[in-house]
Design a protein around this ligand. Structure first.
Ligand code: SF4
Ligand code: SF4
Length: 94
């Protein structure tokens, strides 16, 4: 995984066009059947090489909605994010 959209998502759509690698899908295409937007962990690069911080989280108006998640299939991840931030699913934008 990479970054994670939690159930506070209000489906506003502000994040989806900000993603440089098209890792985000809307609620209709969420493979978990949650009624929220969804980040594909095998596509998300945490905006490494694109932006100083994850652009989806910068654009999201819902506080704490987009969080760090465990490193998994993501092709890139941010080295400066601690295991604790990831395991606690801490918000990308405080
Ligand atoms: S962190 Fe960047 S690459 Fe990952 S989903 Fe958000 S905008 Fe896309
Ligand atoms: S910007 Fe935030 S609240 Fe809006 S759809 Fe994306 S994750 Fe959900």
């Amino acid at each position: 995984m990479a970054v994670f959209i939690n159930d506070t998502c209000i489906n506003c759509g502000a994040c989806i066009d900000e993603c440089p690698v098209e890792a985000i899908v809307d609620e209709d295409d969420n493979p978990t059947d949650e009624d929220t937007y969804y980040v594909y962990g095998d596509k998300c690069v945490e905006c490494v090489g694109h932006h100083d911080e994850p652009a989806c989280a910068t654009a999201c108006p819902t506080e704490g909605c987009i969080t760090w998640n465990a490193i998994g299939e993501s092709p890139e991840h941010r080295e400066d994010i601690s295991d604790e931030q990831r395991s606690n699913k801490e918000p990308v934008v405080e």
